[in-house]
Write a protein that binds this ligand. Structure first.
Ligand SMILES: [Ca+2]
Ligand SMILES: [Ca+2]
Ligand SMILES: [Ca+2]
Length: 289
């Protein structure tokens, strides 16, 4: 008798808090259905006579979601509501797909295409001078034996003077990926105490040569030796260590001539022994006459 009275009291109490006009046939209004936001929705009738437990639109969005015009969206990744409601991302450039990532619009190039450096996508080609993600190098030509193969844009690593892999430098933009070993510093850097990796630059044009080293996070040091008419490694010619971790180091050699050789040493200002190999990109730009 006592239990019956208790149930009756509970039903009465809940019924008093529910707008009975919004409850459809079959929905008693006292049970929170599976999948519904709670408490029982009193403003929007559920569809059908048998409540299927459909999640109602409105304020009850899931974790990380926001209600935009009654639809739950994730502002971090939704290209129609990127960063804020109704902020639709622009149409992508040709051969690309729009993206919304971390609340910011962007695009990714379709398979077989890569960023062209000017806001679009271009066919991923070895020899176009642009260092695509799949390429270890791109030296703007379709020749083998110059340090970067034409068919696969792979580093050839052929030893040159001083036993360092030789890169033939033309009047073009040429890019190469390199890696500093975790061990065995040779002490050839102009500054710093870290490990290093060397390349022999064989000049094949007349003009000026800019050497840029772009490190992946570490503090790079760029050292150039003049290796002409003297024993290896030659005499120190240029030292670049202007920036800290992740900063590009850049130096220009003026008035270089075909047949000259310069040893490029890429190193870290600090000991990277505990960090493992560290990646960098060398960009060589030959220009002038
Ligand atoms: Ca390329
Ligand atoms: Ca080549
Ligand atoms: Ca530096």
């Amino acid at each position: 008798m006592f239990r019956l009275a208790l149930v009756s009291f509970a039903l009465t109490a809940v019924a008093c808090s529910v707008d009975q006009s919004a409850i459809v046939p079959g929905d008693t209004g006292v049970v929170v259905d599976s999948g519904e936001d709670e408490p029982e929705d009193t403003s929007t009738p559920d569809s059908g006579s048998g409540d299927t437990g459909t999640i109602d639109s409105g304020p009850g969005c899931g974790p990380g979601e926001t209600s935009c015009d009654g639809t739950c969206v994730d502002l971090r990744t939704n290209i129609s509501h990127c960063g804020s409601c109704n902020n639709a991302c622009d149409a992508p450039p040709a051969d690309a797909t729009s993206t919304c990532s971390a609340r910011r619009c962007g695009f990714i190039c379709d398979d077989g295409f890569a960023p062209d450096g000017s806001g679009g996508c271009a066919v991923n080609v070895c020899g176009d001078g642009y260092l695509d993600a799949s390429e270890a190098c791109d030296d703007s030509n379709m020749q083998n034996g110059d340090g970067c193969s034409w068919d696969a844009c792979a580093l050839e690593g052929t030893p040159g003077l001083c036993g360092a892999p030789q890169l033939t430098v033309n009047r073009a933009v040429q890019s190469y990926r390199g890696q500093i070993a975790a061990t065995d510093p040779s002490g050839m850097a102009c500054e710093g105490s870290g490990q290093e990796t060397s390349f022999m630059l064989a000049v094949n044009f007349v003009g000026n040569l800019t050497i840029a080293v772009r490190p992946a996070g570490f503090d790079a040091v760029l050292t150039v030796y003049d290796t002409n008419s003297v024993p290896c490694p030659g005499t120190p010619k240029s030292c670049g260590n202007d920036g800290g971790e992740g900063a590009t180091e850049e130096r220009t050699l003026s008035g270089v001539t075909t047949g000259e050789h310069y040893l490029l040493v890429v190193s870290s200002a600090n000991d990277l022994g505990a960090m493992g190999p560290s990646d960098f990109v060398i960009e060589l730009s030959g220009f002038g006459s």
